[in-house]
Design a protein around this ligand. Sequence first.
Ligand code: CIZ
Length: 296
Amino acid sequence: MEELRELKRRRQAIILAHNYQPPAIQDLADHVGDSLELSLLAARADAEVIVFCGVDFMAEAAALLAPDKLVLLPDLRARCSLADMITPEDVRALRAMHPRAAVLSYINSSAAVKAESDATVTSSNALRVLEALPNEEVIFVPDGNLGRYLAAHSGRRIITWDGYCRAHHEVRVDDVRTARRLHPQAVLMAHPEVRPEVAARADLVLGTGGMVRAARERAEVEFIVGTEAGLLHRLTEENPEKRFYPLSPSLWCQTMKYTTPDRIVACLRELEPRAQVPPGVAARARRAVERMVELT
Ligand code: CIZ
């Protein structure tokens, strides 16, 4: 910790940790949040170096919004398998098939896929961005479950892609039944990346930022948490008088757990690995992210 503090000071660095990071990383970070909150913080921060503790697409998004800063991703194995389920060529092919449709890409996508999109969305603003678009037909990539959730709640014709987050997609209706039986008083919050039949049985369908607010603001004291296990640490720390239970043991993302304090120290010492987006891609991807910010 001493070395970390000294390196942070010398490099004028801040450490940002996603809500799904391990407890030790959340505890040493300057800020904990969802990918958009952290990218906006990166853009505004009075710092030269941003250590982004999360997965690759998150560090890329921060690099897009903070082009004047050096963004480091402590471990290059931290890749999002959902983001890897679609390529820019796939998006171009979808656009050719549906020329009147707008293309919305989930924040869980590569910068190259964002560059092919009209706007990006996060789990917390997807419906608002969708409703602000004039198009009747919208291509939504890459998360099929979130796409189906948007189709059910927006009245738009949504063309979905069959990508999925392994952790959220593994949750089954049986997990809901078991959790309800064990914790009958608890509010069940599910992430929109879960299967539609699971989302339909939740009390609230929210991204991690929404879950943090719901836990803080609602009067209930027990919550079943239907998203990646890392969020339970933040919820418990911020609401010590309340109780939080995981919806399913499958809600675990291994690549989110590659960050360690040692890796953070090493990346601050070496200023590597860096999140870099090729300039030809960066301008178009940044436009898609900025469009989301404008629309919401
Ligand atoms: O936008 C994010 O950070 C992700 C991937 C999930 C969420 O709900 O916060």
